[in-house]
Unconditional design. Structure first.
Length: 225
């Protein structure tokens, strides 16, 4: 498992480097966004741990740049604690957000969640079809009206969960736990951000008709066609 650490703080880089290597992860640590972008492109790491405050660029901009060509899971580990900062990072394409100071145990737990949820090989060979929506589980691809759309790992997992129980309401608690695990509680706003970006991508590829219905205070349902 290759993990790329991107943080301008040398002490944090060293801490993460030592911690991750002690857990038998391979770790590369850099301080600049441009260096991180080159490494993601060249080395294709399995997970990126990213601070939003970098010497040469804003972390949210780096996330967007990475998302232009890679679905690598990104965990933000940042001193920024405002909800607005979290929303911007998640909306840019981050998969998780951990604020500093953090416990090493929680960080390792979140990394393990990424391993389980996003890095295991997809073994299903079936295809889900609902109207013009098509999910190919074997290739991990999604298309609408024949147009393939790019989803982040979290968006893809969310869509697969909805597809598995198409026509049924899935609660916020269920969706949150299935995507991020049971070891901590994510704010409902996190789920809303991913749901909003998923809807936008589906709408852009196949018109503006409703595909996912919100059940306020309860959860979401993929409409059966």
């Amino acid at each position: 498992m290759d993990i790329l650490v991107v943080d301008g703080d040398r002490k944090i880089r060293n801490l993460l480097d030592v911690t991750l290597k002690a857990q038998d992860y391979r770790c590369t640590a850099v301080s600049y966004g441009e260096a991180a972008l080159s490494l993601v492109s060249a080395n294709n790491p399995d997970i990126v741990l990213l601070e939003l405050v970098l010497p040469d660029m804003d972390g949210a901009e780096l996330i967007q740049a990475i998302r232009d060509f890679s679905d690598v899971p990104i965990i933000v580990v940042s001193g920024r604690k405002e909800d607005s900062d979290k929303v911007v990072a998640l909306d840019a394409g981050a998969d998780d957000y951990l604020t500093k100071p953090f416990s090493v145990e929680e960080l390792l737990a979140r990394i393990r969640v990424m391993e389980r949820r996003f890095l295991r090989e997809v073994k299903e060979e079936t295809v889900f079809v609902n109207g013009d929506l098509r999910i190919d589980y074997a290739s991990g691809s999604v298309s609408v009206a024949g147009v393939e759309i790019h989803l982040t790992p979290a968006e893809y997992k969310l869509l697969c969960l909805l597809a598995k129980d198409v026509g049924r309401v899935l609660t916020n608690t269920y969706l949150t736990r299935e995507i991020w695990g049971d070891s901590w509680d994510h704010h409902v706003m996190t789920l809303r951000v991913f749901m909003a970006t998923l809807r936008k991508k589906l709408a852009a590829a196949g018109g503006d008709r409703e595909r996912i219905r919100t059940h306020t205070g309860v959860g979401y349902r993929l409409l059966k066609e």
